[in-house]
Design a binder for this molecule. Structure first.
Ligand code: AMP
Length: 285
């Protein structure tokens, strides 16, 4: 595995691989790798691509009161895990390489960036869309892999790629979970043992919501209430949102008729966890 922090070196290495006829894949991450990140690499390997993983904690997507400073970092461990998973090129740029001067150009995907996580994290998705655009321009991948865990993020990236005619395919990878169902996240390390135990309620309440839909429930507000009640009953977590929205466009729904996503965000102390489930009403149910 090649490891570099230099854009010019990424371009040189990737350019050679492309000339050899290899498809190029990118797996953007903020590091502190877990099995979820590695499952994105596995998918890229399955597609026989030359896999570039970026590890960059992007200040542009953190609000002033958020956890940029204390976001967990362990580059040596990440590097070993990435190499073992088959990453071909690890791109770990220092801040000055990505942002040598203040950014005057920003990428904004309107409307779908201001619901769900975007409502409690203003500017977050502008930071994401901007850094992902930079990474796409640096690597010029044929394929990009994102986790369903960050459902809104994938929808925003897909829309950006369509709107701006970016020449690549965006692939979504299923949520990797711990044995008890908690979605893996770099931020899980911040949970106390009690919070960690309580956090299973996110997935459990989503399962309960999915079961209710299978049982015939079609009222979005009733479903949200069911999930909220369960979270409040079984945890000390403070709900940021519980929402049922259209799976493709993240629009509000009242009556569930087509594919929907049930998305939740819950704060445990300073740690904010998210999870979701997509339910294909009409095909699955
Ligand atoms: P992050 O490092 O948290 O920015 O995540 C980097 C990529 O890994 C994003 O595309 C995430 O959606 C994805 N990811 C994070 N956690 C998981 C998970 N539990 N399962 C699948 N993908 C994940």
């Amino acid at each position: 595995m090649i490891r570099t922090g230099l854009i010019a070196e990424v371009r040189a290495v990737v350019g050679e691989e492309r000339q050899r006829g290899k498809k190029i894949a990118i797996v953007p991450t903020m590091g502190y790798l877990h099995r979820g990140h590695l499952s994105l690499v596995e998918e890229a390997k399955r597609d026989h691509a030359f896999v570039v993983m970026s590890i960059f904690v992007n200040p542009l997507q953190f609000g002033p009161q958020e956890d940029f400073g204390r976001y967990p970092r362990d580059l040596e461990r990440d590097s070993a895990l990435a190499a073992e998973a088959g990453v071909d090129l690890l791109f770990n740029p220092p801040l000055e390489e990505m942002y040598p001067e203040p950014m005057l150009t920003l990428v904004e995907v309107k409307e779908i960036d201001s619901v769900l996580c975007g409502r409690s994290r203003p500017g977050h998705f502008r930071g994401v869309a901007t850094v992902v655009t930079k990474l796409f321009n640096i690597v010029q991948p044929d394929l990009a892999y994102f986790g369903q865990k960050d459902y809104q993020q994938v929808q925003i990236i897909k829309r950006m790629v369509r709107d701006l005619n970016m020449p690549l395919d965006v692939r979504t990878v299923a949520i990797a979970r711990a044995e008890d169902g908690l979605a893996l996240s770099s931020r899980n390390v911040f949970l106390s043992p009690q919070q960690r135990a309580e956090a299973v309620v996110l997935n459990r309440s989503l399962e309960e919501g999915a079961a209710a839909i299978r049982g015939g429930e079609r009222d979005a507000r009733t479903l949200e209430e069911l999930i909220r009640t369960r979270i409040n009953a079984e945890s000390s977590g403070e709900i940021d949102y519980v929402e049922v929205r259209g799976a493709a466009d993240l629009k509000e729904v009242t009556e569930i008729e087509g594919p929907v996503v049930i998305a939740v965000a819950v704060r445990f102390g300073a740690t904010r966890l998210i999870d979701n489930k997509v339910i294909e009403v009409g095909t699955d149910v």
